[in-house]
Ligand binder design. Structure first.
Ligand code: EPZ
Length: 428
């Protein structure tokens, strides 16, 4: 087990380069199974979720070759299996994308139920509704999700809730189905557009990605392609919030400013100075942040994956802030950790009320999920004294070289091994 030990209170200054988007990468890698030829994927983030998916593709029979640190060549022609076991899925949410990809490839898929961060219930009923609309039979057999179809035919699917995963999975299953598939009330996140662009570069016929109405005309074959993943807007947002929280001055490079509009608006609202360039953003802060209210929504609303990072920033804002979590049932577990740093917070269902204090107190805290972990690092960076963040395996799932990137900005942050016996005592 490992933890981050942070000696906080220093303003972050300098330049940080953003990596490829985790939530685009974890959709595009399974999508390679739909190709009849090898694909080369560039700008892959070096994170454990990507590593897990590459190992799963190899176990399924694909030939996976690392070309360089962020480029992989995947040849799916050797894939014979349609089974993704619990071990292969590693409790990741994105393992569910193998359902759509294998259904689209060979009309058969047997996949362990998806895991992922614990925000309360994370059903896949909308994914299944989509597969059944295309003509698949879906069942749960011996704890595995099974999807089979004689043939897949296009159909019209209305998503009762905007769902990133369901939108992606239905796209994957529909791209080689016979006829037209329409997804209504589709998710509009940048990673949905990135997946559609990837599939279209292989010869798919997908229109409307990025809007709530996506039309997919099935094609018989998809050829190989070389494709570069978009930059990660949540990683970028995380460093932007860290710059504001530490009253620093940071240039965030390799971003698409349009993907950051709602995050920029909120940082300006709390008093930050934000300068947009073509592919970079400069964030400066010299004063205590003002309080503000936040409601997380599907894109283009304020992203739920930035909620914990802003919760930490607002814990030292001047005044009381209210956060309403519009996507997940329970995404406030990190606030318990923040309370041990003397944050003044109260949770009432999907609403968090945060009374800003002048300064938090350093403490030993633990990541409870990916973005909560990143948020607690920000809490340590903005607080004088030594804060440790445990359970950092959650953070390694989605942030490439996070300690190195923060150190390059002047932070005092170290990755430290925690002997298991100590870890167990702590966990007990
Ligand atoms: C994706 O999760 C992201 N994960 C999450 O990011 C992100 O928080 C979420 O989208 C929302 O943007 C990946 O892309 C790997 P949803 P996903 O389906 O697809 C309900 C991170 O930090 N729902 O859009 O699982 C669901 O319960 C991670 O990178 C159903 O009811 O999210 C939730 O309330 C954490 N039935 C809402 O819809 C379904 O069949 C949105 O979920 C599917 C979803």
């Amino acid at each position: 087990m490992e933890k981050f030990v942070i000696n906080g209170g220093k303003p972050l200054k300098g330049t940080v380069k953003i990596s490829g988007a985790k939530n685009a990468a974890v959709a595009i890698l399974p999508a390679v199974l739909l190709s009849d030829e090898p694909c080369t994927i560039e700008n892959l983030p070096q994170i454990s979720d990507v590593q897990t998916l590459l190992e799963s593709l190899s176990t399924l029979g694909a030939d996976v070759k690392l070309i360089n640190k962020d480029t992989v060549r995947i040849d799916p022609r050797g894939v014979r299996s349609c089974l993704v076991t619990k071990e292969m899925a590693e409790g990741m949410r994105a393992s569910s994308y193998f359902l759509g990809a294998l259904l689209g490839r060979c009309k058969n898929a047997v996949v362990a139920p998806p895991g992922g961060c614990d925000f309360g219930v994370r059903p896949i009923d909308l994914h299944i509704k989509g597969f059944e609309t295309l003509g698949a039979d879906v069942s749960i057999e011996n704890g595995m999700v099974e999807a089979h179809a004689e043939e897949l035919f296009g159909g019209s699917v209305y998503l009762d809730m905007v769902s990133v995963g369901a939108t992606i999975n239905i796209m994957l299953a529909a791209v080689k189905a016979k006829g037209l598939t329409v997804i209504e009330n589709a998710a509009r996140e940048p990673h949905i557009v990135d997946l559609a662009n990837f599939l279209n570069s292989m010869g798919a016929n997908i229109m409307g990605a990025g809007t709530s109405n996506i039309r997919i005309r099935g094609v018989e074959h998809l050829k190989g392609t070389t494709y570069s993943i978009i930059p990660d807007q949540i990683e970028a947002g995380t460093y932007m919030v860290a710059a504001v929280a530490t009253k620093g001055d940071v240039l965030i490079e390799n971003v698409i400013p349009k993907h950051l509009e709602s995050i920029i608006a909120k940082l300006v609202e709390v008093g930050a100075s934000v300068t947009e360039y073509d592919e970079s953003i400069r964030v400066k802060m010299t004063t205590r942040p003002k309080c503000c209210n936040i409601k997380t929504m599907p894109h283009p609303g304020f992203p739920t994956d930035m909620q914990p990072q802003f919760g930490v920033l607002l814990s030292v804002a001047d005044g009381t802030s209210v956060i309403n979590e519009g996507v997940w049932d329970n995404r406030y577990r990190y606030l318990d950790q923040l309370s041990s740093m003397r944050a003044q917070v109260r949770v009432d269902g999907k609403t968090a009320i945060i009374n800003g204090v002048e300064e938090l107190s350093p403490a030993a805290v633990s990541a409870v999920d990916l973005r909560a972990g990143a948020a607690l690092i920000i809490a340590g960076l903005m607080t004088k004294g030594e804060t440790s963040v445990g359970q950092i395996q959650y953070i390694d799932r989605g942030y490439e070289f996070i300690a190195e990137k923060f150190s390059a900005l002047g932070a005092d942050i170290k990755r430290v091994s925690v002997p298991d016996e100590v870890q167990n005592i702590k966990l007990a």
